[in-house]
Write a protein that binds this ligand. Structure first.
Ligand SMILES: *Cc1c(COP(=O)(O)O)cnc(C)c1O
Length: 357
């Protein structure tokens, strides 16, 4: 039986996409081979990379002077790639709004002065600092943000308007809301939240910003090299890119990012409305900054939380345990989580509340 999977990542993928991948697994595009077996230089595979890139460009309206790259190493490797490609003045600003934002900042400190200009740890990352009043450095090479905080369930409502290029980790929300790419210098995202299996990371970077990587930058992390080689400098994560392509096709067929955003807002609204009216469950995030992708919630006790997670699992609602830093529960309701999955979760929560008054 297929369950409703609320995992924060790797996470659920659209069923129709999984079925298609299954159906063509042994014979990809008439090659008589699996997509996991053909050369990455094969025309059939080159077509996949080209289509995935063009779909990213189309769906996010990426301007022509931006590179769209498929790279490896997860978002965490990009925490290093960002300073290695961009930190010419050896200074960058970081807004620390969660665990991944903190890791990005710590990685930045290896390469130069990484200035923490904002920090919401005082209230366990339940809000986003006011981006209009932060002390941006005059000579920063970039300003780094994490647009959606996967563990704590917050998101930026508006983005910093700063002099330095804005670099955004959008791992857990890319393709769930429309953004104006031109407002950013770099957008990057690990695929395993909202796009594909783990293994591929998307980097969307303004080309003028990536021409001069630091001399110590490893070749594999030079975005310029990846761009010049169409993301095929070395063997890419072929299967993950292929899956990303299928998910992007599916996203386009479902009406694109705007339509997806409407569904995502609707799903999140249903869940938050229920939680806000519940006497048992609570979400501690400042309302304005609530994520529409990751919804953390708690009952009044750790014992009841554990009971909820176990009983939900028996009911076919899995991976609801919160991150170890936060405890409680977390429902990740990415693009591929159907509305019915969210409704099933709410029905289960209602029943649990009645039984555990
Ligand atoms: C999951 C996640 C990461 C880490 O991604 P890896 O691919 O495991 O390196 C970084 N940032 C955010 C916002 C995430 O959600």
């Amino acid at each position: 039986m297929r369950v409703y999977n609320f995992s924060a990542g790797p996470s659920t993928l659209p069923l129709n996409v999984l079925e298609q991948a299954r159906d063509e697994f042994l014979d990809f595009a008439g090659t008589g081979m699996s997509v996991t077996e053909i050369s990455h230089r094969d025309k059939a595979f080159a077509a996949v990379v080209a289509e995935a890139e063009s779909l990213v460009r189309e769906l996010l309206k990426v301007p022509d002077d931006y590179a769209v790259l498929f790279v490896q190493g997860g978002a965490s490797t990009q925490f290093a790639a960002i300073p290695l490609n961009m930190m010419h003045n050896k200074k960058a600003d970081y807004i620390v709004t969660g665990n991944f934002a903190k890791k990005a900042w710590q990685e930045g400190k290896i390469y130069g002065e990484a200035v923490k200009i904002g920090d919401s740890s005082d209230k366990t990352y339940t809000y986003i600092p006011d981006v209009d009043t932060l002390p941006y450095s005059d000579d920063a090479d970039y300003v780094h943000i994490t647009s959606n905080n996967t563990i704590f369930g917050t998101r930026y409502v508006k983005f910093p308007k700063c002099k330095a290029p804005l670099v955004a980790d959008m791992s857990s929300e890319i393709f769930s809301r429309e953004v104006n790419v031109a407002d950013f210098g770099v957008i990057y995202a690990g695929a395993q939240k909202n796009l594909a299996p783990a293994g591929v990371t998307i980097v969307i970077a303004k080309r003028s910003l990536i021409q001069d990587p630091l001399p110590i930058c490893p070749t594999m992390l030079k975005w310029k090299i990846q761009d010049e080689n169409g993301s095929l400098y070395n063997t890419p994560p072929c299967f993950s890119i292929y899956m990303a392509d299928l998910v992007l096709r599916d996203l386009k067929a479902k009406g694109g990012v705007k339509a997806m955003n409407e569904t995502d807002e609707y799903k999140a609204g249903l869940l938050y409305d229920f939680i806000d009216n519940s006497k048992l469950f609570k979400n501690n995030v400042v309302k304005e900054f609530r994520s529409i992708m990751n919804v953390p919630f708690v009952t009044p006790s750790a014992e009841l939380d554990a009971k909820f997670i176990a009983e939900a699992k028996s009911a076919g609602l899995v991976s609801l345990k919160g991150h170890r830093l936060v405890g409680g529960m977390r429902a990740s309701i990415y693009n591929a989580m159907p509305v019915e999955g969210v409704k099933a979760l709410i029905e289960f929560m209602k029943k649990f509340e009645l039984e555990n008054k």
